[in-house]
Design a protein around this ligand. Structure first.
Ligand code: CNA
Length: 249
């Protein structure tokens, strides 16, 4: 990164007491989890590889009810390997350790922010922490269905129904807490957006609402341009880990 820009970003992060962070799949690609829309992303290959009628069907609730196999095959990619937080996940946890209030809203379902030690994380698209049977409604904890995730097989309840991890699929509502944040974005000194194409609604509206409400400096780090680059004061089209490393992570 250009040294002038680096100095400016370092000053912004160093001077902020409260930082709102919005993350997407790009913060986890260095951990070995493919993103959706990047050049090597999941959507570029799943349609043919998993026999899907359209790429997003893998996370479509209507499609999942008729054919859950592709989703569990994808889940295996996440759980069959030892996925660890990236340098950027750890950097955010370190900032919190320095006494800053770091409020993270993530679109990711991989739970890597929590694994890195961040304490204030809203997974707005849910996670694999809990699950529910689509047949009888029985609730499950992660350990109950983890073996099936590792095996890549469809998780089944005692009643025969499919157990669906509490991930927000296309066609499902986001958690109430997300809509509350959208209405009242947390007070903040700086907005940091990392690794997202900013194309999935309504999640991608969150950083825009933060800016509308608080008019604070905003930094976007994403390899590729997004539809909202112009809303940010600083846009860095580089690797997230590299940027965080240069910032002292
Ligand atoms: P996306 O649409 O796939 O966009 C990811 C963006 O990250 C792309 O624009 C890439 O250019 C960029 N990117 C990838 N790697 C890097 C890197 N190392 N450095 C900088 N930029 C990088 O993903 P979004 O998060 O925007 O879309 C939201 C979806 C993706 C949510 O519903 C997620 O649940 C879902 N998703 C999550 C995961 C995960 O939990 N790790 C993985 C894949 C998809």
């Amino acid at each position: 990164m250009d040294s002038g820009l680096l100095a400016e970003l370092a000053t912004l992060v160093g001077g902020a007491r409260r930082i709102t962070v919005f993350t997407g799949a790009g913060i986890s690609t260095a951990a070995g989890i493919p993103d959706f829309r990047g050049p090597d992303g999941l959507y570029a290959r799943v349609e043919a590889e998993y026999g899907l009628p359209w790429p997003e069907a893998i996370f479509d609730i209507g499609y999942f009810r008729t054919r859950p196999e592709p989703f569990f095959r994808f889940s295996r990619e996440l759980f069959a390997q030892d996925v660890r937080p990236t340098l950027a996940h750890r950097y955010l946890a370190t900032l919190e350790g320095q006494g800053k209030a770091i409020r993270i809203v993530t679109q990711n379902i991989d739970m890597l922010h929590e694994k890195a030690g961040s304490g204030d994380v809203l997974a707005c698209h849910g996670s694999y922490r809990t699950a529910r049977c689509l047949g009888c409604g029985r609730a499950y904890g992660h350990d109950d269905f983890a073996p099936a995730l590792v095996a890549g097989t469809v998780c089944r309840c005692g009643c025969g129904g499919v157990i669906k991890p509490d991930i927000v699929f296309f066609g499902e509502r986001l958690p109430d807490e997300f809509y509350a944040l959208l209405e009242h974005p947390p007070e903040t000194d700086l907005l940091l957006v990392l690794g997202t194409s900013l194309t999935v609604q309504p999640a991608c509206l969150f950083p825009l609402r933060v800016l509308e409400e608080w008019r604070v400096p905003a930094i976007l780090v994403n390899r590729e341009p997004t539809p909202y680059d112009r809303a940010f004061d600083h846009v860095v089209h580089e690797d997230i880990d590299q940027v965080c490393r240069e910032l002292g992570g």
